[in-house]
Write a protein that binds this ligand. Structure first.
Ligand code: UDP
Ligand code: MG
Length: 323
């Protein structure tokens, strides 16, 4: 597929409407590549862009033999685009990075150093986010902390998908059949020796944020549901607590009925409130249940993770993901 037989380093970059950032991305990545001690391949994954990104990718591919690109047949979302890229990499050390230069390519050199020291996963940890809105900063801050408390595996806080992984980690990741992919969680789940490098997250180089609030929320729910069963248990706990509460209330009412003839406990307000409260608790519980069941349904359907429309200038050898 690529002209290079076995590159040492592979870079996977998902691209969704990034026409404004691509040439700068290429420039910065090329500059970093000259400092690396081996062949580099860059796999750009077009995630169903609607702008000129795909044309630009074809162009880069013609121009530079280190560049390879895949094009998904529609927008499958960031995590799946990265997954598709990982299915194609050939290098020994694999870096996943965003296209908008919020993840500085220069950090790769630092990551490679750690890899050479023997770490299998080197993830980039944000020490600060520059110029991102307070809402995003606050929700991200709390999300990562809640996830850390609830998740079964130790998912480090303030880390995104920007990381370097050793070949063996990527091989295991590729062999994982799950459809709801929360890559930063799966990466932790796999284990091996992991370490962090710190960086400050810069604002996007150009273009709009592609992660809308809806997409971010869905990623967050995905992370929680995929890595924790505590939300399920939560409804059990709340249920048990309410049962206890109603038992106490029943006894109380009984007592009042029998021993206090002029009891004040006839208020309609209280009944209405209780109905609303328990209605809400039940609906939330069903909702939580639904999240898990929906995921089972997704997995059971067993559809491919993505469909491919183009690989490196030609038709793909296969049109869907392998698992
Ligand atoms: N992206 C993608 N598919 C999508 C949304 C985003 O491939 O549906 C890519 C996007 O091109 C970028 C990366 O994922 O390379 C991160 O997106 P963005 O910068 O918009 O998100 P944020 O910085 O808020 O995480
Ligand atoms: Mg970004």
């Amino acid at each position: 597929m690529t002209e290079i037989l076995s590159p040492k380093y592979s870079l996977v970059v998902p691209i969704y409407n990034e026409e404004a950032t691509l040439s700068e991305l290429y420039r910065r990545v090329s500059a970093v590549a000259t400092h690396l001690d081996g062949e580099v391949e860059v796999i750009l994954v077009n995630d169903g862009s609607r702008d000129r990104s795909l044309y630009l990718l074809r162009d880069l591919y013609q121009k530079d033999p280190r560049i390879c690109y895949l094009s998904l047949a529609r927008n499958f979302g960031h995590q799946i685009a990265v997954t598709a890229g990982l299915n194609f990499v050939q290098g020994q050390a694999i870096v996943v990075m965003d296209a908008d230069l919020q993840d500085p390519p220069e950090l790769i050199l630092e990551m490679v150093e750690k890899w050479q020291q023997g770490y299998d996963v080197v993830y980039a940890q944000r020490s600060a986010r520059r110029k991102e809105g307070w809402f995003k900063r606050m929700t991200a801050y709390w999300f990562y902390r809640i996830l850390k408390r609830l998740a079964d595996v130790d998912i480090p806080t303030d880390t995104g998908d920007f990381c370097l992984m050793d070949r063996r980690v990527v091989d295991i990741l590729n062999a994982m059949p799950e459809r709801n992919r929360y890559i930063r969680g799966l990466r932790s789940w796999i284990g091996f020796s992991q370490t962090a490098v710190q960086f400050e997250r810069n604002p996007r180089y150009a273009g709009e944020v592609k992660y809308t609030f809806k997409k971010s929320l869905s990623l967050a729910i995905n992370g929680l549901v995929s890595f924790s069963r505590i939300p399920l248990r939560l409804s059990t706990y709340i249920g048990a607590l309410s049962a206890l509460l109603s038992l106490v209330m029943m006894l109380l009412v009984l007592y009042w009925r029998i021993f206090v003839p002029s009891s004040p406990l006839t208020g309609l307000t209280m009944i209405i409130m209780a109905i609303f409260f328990f209605g809400a608790v039940q609906l939330i519980s069903i909702g939580i249940l639904g999240e898990y069941i929906g995921r089972i349904y997704e997995e059971v359907k067993g559809r491919p993770l993505y469909t491919l429309s183009e690989v490196a200038g030609g038709l793909p050898e296969r049109f869907t993901s392998e698992n």
